[in-house]
Design a protein around this ligand. Structure first.
Ligand code: PAF
Length: 291
């Protein structure tokens, strides 16, 4: 049987609940619409902090990370179901604040500058997005004061930027990346998958097919990996590509000649119908970038 987590809507309620614990705090920040991918983050956090430490999940749709014309208004808000997922995973505290609670001074005048890594990939297509993400994560870290925070590798650039923020701003939080959870056919779990109609759902699997093709061809180098992914894209229908890249694991450019065994990442973003999806997978390169 699962026990309902304590629900905090205000900073004061959160502080009161946290004050009851002195064990290491685990934290999973989310925007709600929780699915099995989020549940797996909670399990990773619980493993890290042990049975006694409080596990906190925040549910907050952060307006600052949505650009004009993005899906802020239609982003799913499903708090009751989210609390049930948290109960099943043994979460101790769900922090579900309103916008005024997180941004008490209104639109913030001080925000986190995400630096150059935010100018590429998602950041190039969604200007201001990572400023919004890092600002809210910094605020939530300030409120929850976690020892360990877990983020999904599915949002790989976000994870890289949060690691960098914690390093550059001496935040003293251990940031853990958790592997992407996939449907049986390979589609990465995402809160946005619910927008796909049945035909688009079939088409969306092309993203993970592209990434797997890249993994299979990586032994021949990064160019071959990209070529294999593009071949999958040509065979796909209804997929409108934003980007497909191979980068080093920190998202820097790969040198032209890399030794066999070099680790890299292949990342893709595409629209399927009106829904924008992202995915990525690790690669181990065989002979070099352009062999
Ligand atoms: O990945 C998300 O759900 C959000 O970007 C995060 C980290 C909760 C910040 O709003």
């Amino acid at each position: 049987m699962s026990t309902a987590p304590a629900l905090a809507h205000t900073r004061e309620e959160l502080a009161t609940l946290l004050a009851k614990h002195d064990d290491p705090v685990g934290f999973v920040p989310t925007m709600g619409a929780l699915h099995e991918g989020h549940a797996s983050l909670m399990r990773v956090a619980r493993e890290r902090i042990g049975d006694d430490g409080p596990l906190v999940v925040s549910v907050f749709v952060n307006p600052l990370q949505f650009g004009p014309g993005e899906d802020l208004d239609r982003y799913p808000r499903t708090l009751d179901a989210d609390v049930e997922v948290c109960a099943r995973e043994g979460v101790d505290i769900v922090f579900a604040p309103g916008v005024d609670e997180v941004y008490p001074g209104g639109e913030p005048q001080v925000t986190v500058d995400p630096g150059p890594l935010a100018d590429v990939l998602e950041g190039r297509i969604r200007p201001g997005h990572f400023r919004g993400v890092l600002t809210v994560v910094a605020k939530l870290f300030g409120l929850v004061r976690p020892d360990v925070a877990v983020f999904g590798e599915k949002d790989y650039q976000q994870l890289a930027l949060i690691r960098r923020m914690v390093l550059d701003l001496n935040m003293g939080v251990e940031v853990v990346g958790a592997e992407t959870v996939r449907e049986a056919d390979g589609l990465a779990l995402s809160s946005r998958n619910r927008y796909l109609d049945p035909e688009q759902r079939e088409q969306a699997v092309a993203l993970s097919r592209m990434l797997r093709a890249a993994q299979d061809a990586a032994a021949y180098g990064a160019s071959s990996a990209l070529a294999a992914a593009r071949a999958e894209l040509r065979a796909a229908q209804g997929v409108d590509l934003d980007y497909l890249v191979v980068a080093d694991p920190g998202l820097g450019e790969l040198p032209d000649d890399v030794p066999a065994g070099t680790e890299a990442r292949v990342l893709v973003a595409a629209r399927v119908g009106p829904t924008r999806l992202i995915d990525n997978m690790p690669l181990v390169l065989g002979r070099g970038k352009d062999s």
